[in-house]
Ligand binder design. Structure first.
Ligand code: UDP
Length: 342
């Protein structure tokens, strides 16, 4: 296959590229404008196996179409997007342009150039602030009512994809709704965990990234946003999924579409950890204590977000390998250490 990965220099895209380069013989084309992805990630990927890299912004509509034609792309895995929730509230048009409009254009070019498969990274933010969740977590059938422009920009892209696939035979999709993606490349050298790629995005807002920045001393302290939620210890509960398990789901999706119809899947472990549990785990695996304050709740943070992952497990036979929260925290920390060394 000829596979185009948009946002392939970014966090999740690079982990998918890594697995495709390591475990398959598909031709890979990475398209990225390097706005948040880093060039060093591309060097690491190049050391695994050769691939084509195109430095291009998705808003270059004509060039996108030309690229699909030139490389005879039959599969697109689409990651390139803006992903910061508070920024989406302040600057919604950036999100509707970068996410919804650019994705719509990519789909338009895909259909026009005979692309057969489209794998799309969506988000649990499409569910909004869920209430009355069953014990099994949030299933894909749960109503989608995003509470911020980021979630809405992704949901609108989902609809474009769904309607287009309905109208065009031979064009199929898999949509993944990600829960909390964390951790870094599980790669060992001399029995030591040594991630080659990881999250490099500056000014990160995600819990595990921030806790690893504290552990390596990049930040003096961090805050727990609210300890009065209706959860066991009062802090927010989330479903953290290791980025390599998530990447594996994308590779399965390519094969899945050979024999199955288009569909939407939650990507999470179906198990939740509280903010306190995550921070304590980070302290435990690193042996480093850092200051943690209690702060106000962050606007729009629901108490609990846990996936019902029975669909992806049963239909795609996806079996996660890195569910251990300690390994998720340890890999994030080891990557953070490497990031601060260079
Ligand atoms: N969180 C926190 N302190 C931080 C960052 C996050 O207490 O510095 C909490 C946040 O309120 C939520 C959980 O950690 O309950 C996960 O937040 P994150 O931003 O990682 O992902 P989200 O679930 O918002 O997508």
């Amino acid at each position: 296959m000829n596979i185009l990965i948009t946002g392939g220099a970014g966090y999740i895209g690079a982990h998918v590229a890594k697995q495709l380069l390591e475990t398959t013989e598909h031709n890979i084309v990475i398209l990225d404008n390097l706005s948040t992805g880093i060039a060093r990630t591309l060097d690491t990927l190049h050391s695994i196996r050769e691939f084509a890299f195109i430095n291009l912004d998705l808003k270059e509509f004509d060039k996108i179409c030309t690229t699909l034609k030139e490389y005879q792309i039959d599969t697109i895995i689409h990651f390139a997007a803006s992903i910061v929730v508070p920024e989406s509230v302040e600057n919604p048009l950036k999100y509707y342009m970068n996410n919804t409009v650019n994705t719509t254009n990519l789909i338009r070019c895909a259909v026009a150039n005979g692309v057969e498969r489209f794998i799309f990274s969506s988000t649990a933010a499409t569910y909004g602030e869920p209430v009355n969740i069953s014990e099994n977590g949030i299933s894909e059938a749960y109503p989608t009512e995003p509470i911020n422009p980021y979630g809405m920009s992704k949901l609108m892209s989902e609809r474009v994809l769904r309607d287009t696939a309905k109208a065009h035979d031979g064009f199929k999709y898999v949509i993944f709704r990600y829960f909390n993606v964390a951790g870094a490349d599980i790669h060992y050298r001399d029995d030591m965990l040594e991630p080659r790629i990881g999250q490099s995005f500056p000014n990160a807002t995600h819990l595990i990234k921030i806790a690893s920045e504290c552990a390596v001393g990049k930040r003096a302290k961090m805050a727990i946003f609210g300890d009065d939620f209706a959860t066991a210890d009062g802090t927010g509960v989330r479903d953290y999924i290791h980025v390599d398990d998530l990447a594996d789901a994308h590779i399965r999706a390519i094969e899945y579409l050979e024999t199955h119809p288009s569909d939407i899947f939650n990507a999470g472990y179906g198990k939740g950890y509280s903010v306190k549990e995550v921070i304590n785990t980070m302290k435990e695996v690193t042996g480093i204590n850092f200051q943690v304050d209690i702060a106000e709740r962050r606007a729009g943070d629901p108490a609990t977000l846990i996936s019902d992952n029975s669909k992806i497990k049963s239909l795609m036979h996806w079996t996660p390998k890195y569910e251990d929260l300690k390994l998720i925290c340890k890999s994030a920390y080891e990557w953070e250490k490497r990031l601060s060394e260079v």
